[in-house]
Design a protein. Structure first.
Ligand code: SAH
Length: 345
């Protein structure tokens, strides 16, 4: 248990004997200011000292490494968790908004061959507090730069829908306690059908992104092993259910891999699926990872694929790549500890 795993009732219990408003001050300090209790100068010094020594209020993330890129507009953090596991978070500043990409698990069990996290395997689920704290830290850093953190994407390490309950609890915290708009929160999934159905029935209007990458079962079985459990028909049914329940725009993510899923026939099949659920398609040229030799589609091919989709009546955009040079780009998060330049990695 760490500070962002506590409920407001837990905080009130820790402050039993103090005036009632103290619990609210600590809670708002944690969520609105991203401040540790000992930093809250509105609290008496004696109380601050007691809270600073309180085990339940320890931070859940210890900064292990920070790297910046894109002239400071992208920053990647590697955090050590209480048990030594490592996860990464990426904060990206754009002209009108700042977006944080958070991890939901240490490692990932989905085993997609093209993804660095998938190559490394599964370690454990993150707790609600470990997820929330990534956003709080990004919010505090954004404020230091006179920016306001507005968007959260669950596109870091892990499969959010394989850790559904904790991810959902974190969504509720971000919305209710940090004041982020649910419409600015996006859950990305490899296609866990029961998770998509649960999200369709959930109350808050968060966005859904589905990492499709292939539009026929034979290719998708290869690229995304979980497709053998949840094949395209079942996935598309769940997507239809989500769209019908939410009335919101779905996105399909498509990492363009040279010669694998970037041919005109791939675009045609993808266009059929996208039109069926009126999905927006986000194209990302595959980022290089150590364990996958096939390359990303070159820029001209990405452009042509995008144009072909557009001509087939699909809303498609090419996603700008951030932080490739610091291994912070899509699919590159590995959470490995720093090693010497020529050390074993
Ligand atoms: N497990 C979730 C969220 C994490 S991955 C999911 O699969 O959606 C976030 C996005 O990055 C997904 O769309 C994923 O397919 C994509 N991705 C993974 N590896 C990549 C790579 N090497 N290059 C580009 N995108 C990649």
């Amino acid at each position: 248990m760490a500070r962002y795993d506590l409920t407001s009732a837990d905080v009130a219990t820790l402050l039993a004997g103090e005036p009632d408003y103290r619990a609210r001050q600590v809670w708002e300090g944690l969520y609105r200011q991203g401040a540790a209790p000992e930093e809250l100068t509105t609290l008496p010094r004696i109380l601050r000292e007691r809270l600073a020594a309180e085990p339940a209020l320890r931070p859940g993330l210890r900064l292990d490494a920070e790297v910046g890129s894109d002239g400071g507009d992208t920053v990647k953090w590697r955090w050590a968790l209480h048990d030594g596991r490592m996860v990464e978070t990426v904060l990206m500043h754009y002209p009108g908004r700042s977006t944080v990409c958070v991890s939901s698990q240490a490692g990932c069990a989905m085993a997609c061959g093209f993804c660095a996290t998938g190559q490394a395997g599964f370690q454990r689920n993150l707790s609600t507090g470990e997820i929330v704290e990534q956003v709080v830290r990004a919010g505090a850093e954004s404020r230091r730069r006179d920016r306001r953190l507005s968007n959260v994407v669950f596109m870091g390490m892990g499969e959010p829908m394989a850790n559904y309950d904790r991810v959902w609890a974190s969504v509720e915290r971000l919305h209710a306690d940090m004041g982020l708009s649910a419409r600015h929160l996006t859950i990305s999934t490899i296609g866990i059908v029961p998770g998509i159905r649960r999200l369709a029935a959930a109350p808050l209007p968060v966005n859904l992104a589905v990492s499709l990458h292939a539009a026929d079962d034979a290719s998708r079985d290869e690229l995304v092993p979980i497709n053998r459990r949840y094949p395209l028909d079942a996935l598309m049914d769940a997507c239809r259910e989500w769209v019908a329940a939410k009335g919101r725009r779905l996105s399909f993510e498509w990492a363009l891999i040279a010669g694998v899923n970037d041919r005109p026939a791939d675009a045609a099949r993808l266009a059929d699926l996208a039109r069926d659920v009126r999905a927006h398609v986000n194209l990302i040229p595959l980022n290089p990872t150590p364990g996958f030799l096939t390359k990303g589609t070159p820029p001209a091919g990405v452009r042509a694929f995008c144009d072909l989709l557009t001509s087939l009546g699909v809303n498609a955009t090419v996603r700008r790549n951030r932080g490739t040079d610091i291994d912070a780009a899509c699919g590159q998060l590995a959470g490995r500890a720093a090693t010497p330049p020529d050390g074993p990695d």
